[in-house]
Ligand binder design. Structure first.
Ligand code: GDP
Length: 444
């Protein structure tokens, strides 16, 4: 049976429901044309031409629309697709969608259009996953790099590795299957190839931390004693006046959070001063507790002290807390001093000195690769597949170094190939697919 026959016709709004200039309703499946013909005043379609006309319900005009026809297989899903561009009001979109559903379409599930695109081989799984990344990207850098995934950059890298593995596997298999005609490959050949494959896999895995941070964001906490300039630094990094800045110690009582776009999304947390002091008021004490919690949750800590005062005993205590935590030591109020001690980054939250450098350092501390240099991103599912493939090739490499039987080596090589097939989607279970497409929105 043709895979297309298994699918009924689905429909959903492709634009967010709300007031807007244009709303788009998408229909995909065998009956897409049949359905639109029943409710549209101008239904003679030709490929690559849009039609203007009215959506009609029982001879009553519902909305003036533009309809774009896509003939299978030249559409997003690979099926017949109709896109109706109507006016963008909530009720207009609802009315037209209801009409479409009444004519026999079913409401699409989350990600179902993209799932069909994958099942109909319009894209591989890494490309399908990038669609969700593009839609949900928290920074413009992430949207750009996800676009590269959609255009197939990751897919090509993985396919190159798969081809290399496949070539080695073919040579081993030929040697095993036709021992009289084909010599089994030299162990030296196997070792060289496995080493190359491993380094290529490592290369793809290199941006993994940065990829994950692109999705999850990095939490960066600013800590230090009262009055050293934490709130001023928070504002300087964000270019705003969100935190209250005063010269009375202990004014920042709440924990403030703001998102900063440094290519990766950074949640900046301004905390109350850490100070073990009997006199602090109850409210401030709560703020202090918050600080310690933010500290635990942070991916990176910016520890601030006052350069004009130098490092105090308290500061040194706090620095001890940070020994096992990624951190940057910041000497603020650099405008007040001329001397510079090694080990601290001098800035002035007041004049802006050193802020741009600090932003760069901050990114490189939390990322394994500069976000803007990434050619593709990977997600945790893909990283797991790559790690599985890597472990199998490592086994194969070890076995080759020990001159083990080549049919044993071939088992590991095959499982590496299967792990990469899982990545690109050649070998994938319904559960995995459901899990992936569940995170999409309706209409995608
Ligand atoms: P926090 O309690 O650590 O959040 O400190 P604030 O940001 O509220 O700043 C305390 C005081 O230090 C305010 O009077 C700020 O204007 C001042 N201040 C902050 N940063 C600098 C700086 O870089 N240079 C100078 N000269 N003063 C600063």
């Amino acid at each position: 049976m043709n895979i297309l026959d298994e699918f009924d016709t689905i429909a959903a709004p492709a634009t967010p429901i709300g007031a807007g200039g244009v709303g788009v309703i998408r229909i995909s499946g065998d009956k897409a044309f049949e359905i639109i013909e029943k409710i549209f005043s101008n239904p003679k379609f030709e490929p690559r031409r849009f039609n203007r006309g009215w959506i009609i319900d029982n001879e009553e005009k519902v909305d003036e629309v533009i309809v774009l026809p896509f003939f299978a297989p030249n559409s997003y899903t690979g099926e017949n697709v109709i896109e109706i561009q109507c006016h963008g009001g909530v009720n207009v979109v609802k009315n037209i969608l209801n009409l479409v559903l009444k004519q026999g379409a079913r409401m699409a599930e989350r990600g179902e259009f993209t799932k069909r695109a994958f099942l109909n081989k319009r894209m591989d799984l890494s490309q399908a996953e990038s669609v969700a990344d593009i839609i949900h990207a928290k920074t413009s850098d992430f949207a750009k790099v996800s676009m590269k995934n959609l255009s197939g950059v990751l897919k090509e890298r993985i396919n190159d590795i798969k081809n290399d593995i496949f070539e080695v596997l073919s040579k081993i298999t030929a040697g095993i299957d036709f021992p009289e005609d084909v010599k089994e490959p030299e162990y030296e050949y196997l070792i060289t190839n496995f080493e190359k494959i491993l380094s290529d896999i490592d290369d793809v895995l290199k941006g993994a931390d940065t990829s994950n941070i692109f999705r999850q964001g990095a939490s960066v906490a600013i800590i230090g004693k009262p009055n050293v300039g934490k709130s001023s630094l928070f504002n300087a990094l964000l270019n705003l006046n969100r935190a209250i800045v005063t010269d009375i110690a202990g004014t920042t009582r709440d924990v403030l959070r703001e998102t900063l776009d440094l290519g990766i999304p950074v949640t900046l947390v301004d905390t109350a001063g850490i100070r073990e002091n009997e006199d602090v008021s109850r409210v401030e004490q709560i703020g202090i507790e918050f600080s310690k919690q933010s500290l635990d949750e942070a991916d990176l800590v910016l520890f601030v002290y006052d350069a004009s005062q130098g490092l105090s005993g308290d500061d040194k205590e706090v620095l001890k807390l940070l020994e096992n935590k990624k951190h940057i030591v910041i000497a603020n109020k650099a405008d007040l001093v001329s001397e510079r001690n090694a080990g601290a980054q001098y800035i002035s939250a007041l004049t802006g000195e050193g802020i741009a450098e600090l932003k760069r350092d901050l990114t490189s501390k939390v990322c394994d690769i500069e976000p803007e240099t990434l050619d593709f991103v990977t997600n945790t599912r893909q990283q797991e597949c790559l790690k599985k493939a890597k472990a199998s090739i490592e086994q194969a490499l070890l076995a080759s170094r020990l001159y083990e039987l080549q049919d044993l080596i071939s088992i590991d090589v095959k499982s590496a190939l299967l792990a990469l097939d899982e990545l690109t989607g050649e070998l994938v279970t319904d559960d995995i697919l459901d899990n992936i497409f569940e995170h999409f929105c309706i209409g995608k």
